[in-house]
Design a protein around this ligand. Structure first.
Ligand code: HEC
Length: 132
């Protein structure tokens, strides 16, 4: 009876420790995952606007603004990495692409396509180096 109780206590402590550990891991990745999830959603939104031929400033600007503001959260969410300098340079490249897009809103869908491709390229450059 005594050993059975000890085994049950052992199982319970192990279970509780696992839960605490899993929770800590999840909290550690919630911020970076959240930044990327919203960026991904906004990028999809831009692409579907293009597909539907909706390329006016009012279609695109709010998404570009969200992406630009989130761009400020790249370093706080991900640093330290294995190569911070490189990460910061990729992040700056994305911010520059978004600044350019916001400063000179594309006039039509062809121009918007070029802008969105450039932004997507900046996403991919960083993913190539940092996303496994
Ligand atoms: C400066 C680096 C950097 C830039 C720029 C960047 N990302 Fe990421 N992204 C990452 C890293 C690192 C990961 C992997 C995250 C992980 O594994 O926790 C990632 C993962 C993702 C994911 C997958 C999330 C998942 O749960 O697997 C999506 C979607 C994403 N990014 C979208 C984007 C979009 C869209 C852009 C551009 C608008 C972008 N990212 C720009 C670094 C970046």
């Amino acid at each position: 009876m005594r050993s059975l109780i000890l085994v049950l206590i052992g199982l319970f402590v192990g279970f509780a420790a696992t839960l605490i550990g899993m929770n800590a891991l999840r909290q550690g990745t919630a911020y970076p995952n959240g930044v990327m999830a919203v960026m991904g959603a906004q990028m999809k939104g831009l692409q579907s606007s293009l597909k539907q031929n909706r390329c006016s400033a009012s279609d695109l600007t709010p998404r570009l603004q969200t992406l630009r503001r989130l761009g400020n959260d790249l370093e706080p969410a991900f640093l330290p990495t294995q190569d911070d300098e490189r990460f910061v340079s990729h992040a700056s490249q994305l911010r520059a692409a978004l600044d350019a897009a916001l400063a000179a809103p594309p006039a039509d869908c062809t121009a918007a396509g070029v802008v969105v491709d450039r932004i997507g390229g900046a996403c991919q450059d960083c993913h190539r180096d940092f996303k496994n």
